[in-house]
Design a binder for this molecule. Structure first.
Ligand SMILES: Nc1ncnc2c1ncn2[C@@H]1O[C@H](COP(=O)(O)OP(=O)(O)OP(=O)(O)O)[C@@H](O)[C@H]1O
Length: 226
């Protein structure tokens, strides 16, 4: 069963048709990389999958069932199975970075020691261990992106969505983030990331098992956007 299926999906934003009959299916254990020019609709596609946005037409299915409207109570329940790292992540500035990253575990009712240990491990892996006690406002753009990725994956979601995860990262950071997402896919998560980063695409092609898509004129097709 696919984690996510869209069929003939149509979305208009700001008076413009962004997705125009797009089809896509993402199964557990798969890593998909969506490429496309700026404004092509990559973030829109991930926002649909994250139940942040409703389509105007077509079919959206999550975990084998028709997706509820973003404001329906059922959407809140489903979102707990989804980890999304947004392009412009928001954090709670009265909490430390570690507490922000551990928030999904807090919402899941996990005990504090367990939450702290898991957050530390992820921050360490993503090169943020020395920032754990800092407020999010003190982080650089690249550090915020990595923290958003950590927060998206910490509770073990079945579907992981990462929007431009490599933006503002150095080469080592790009590789680390991709390695982590590929490892999570290997362990059974359905993972999709959107990017315009040629280095990330190169790594996805040659160093991990990934399926590449290009989003053009509102539709997805196999390959990489020019
Ligand atoms: N909140 C919004 N209100 C109105 N229009 C929007 C909104 N968000 C996005 N759009 C428009 O939808 C289109 C697709 O935007 P989207 O952010 O999905 O593209 P993208 O491929 O992710 O671009 P980028 O690579 O620059 O992040 C653009 O024309 C954009 O201006």
């Amino acid at each position: 069963m696919a984690a996510l299926e869209i069929g003939g999906i149509r979305v208009a934003r700001g008076g413009r048709t962004v997705l125009d009959g797009a089809d896509w299916s993402l199964a557990p254990g798969e890593l998909h990389v969506i490429t496309g020019a700026t404004g092509a609709g990559k973030s829109t596609l991930l926002a649909l999958a994250a139940l942040s946005l409703a389509p105007q037409g077509g079919e959206l299915r999550l975990f084998g069932a028709p997706a509820p409207a973003p404001d329906a109570p059922a959407a809140d329940v489903l979102r707990r199975r989804i980890g999304a790292a947004e392009q412009r992540p928001a954090f709670l500035d009265h909490l430390t970075l570690e507490e922000n990253v551990a928030l999904p575990l807090r919402l899941a009712g996990r005990d504090p020691a367990d939450r702290a240990a898991q957050a530390r491990e992820l921050l360490d892996w993503l090169g943020l261990a020395d920032r754990a006690g800092d407020p999010p406002a003190a982080l650089s753009e690249g550090e915020r992106r990595r923290a958003a990725l950590a927060r998206a994956v910490i509770a073990g979601p079945e579907l992981i969505l990462a929007d431009e995860p490599s933006e503002a990262q150095d080469r080592a950071g790009v590789a680390r983030g991709l390695e982590m997402l590929a490892a999570l896919a290997e362990h059974g998560a359905a993972v999709a990331l959107a990017t315009r980063d040629a280095e990330l695409v190169r790594l996805a092609r040659h160093h991990v098992e990934a399926r590449l898509w290009r989003l053009e004129e509102g539709r997805l097709s196999p390959g990489v956007a020019a």
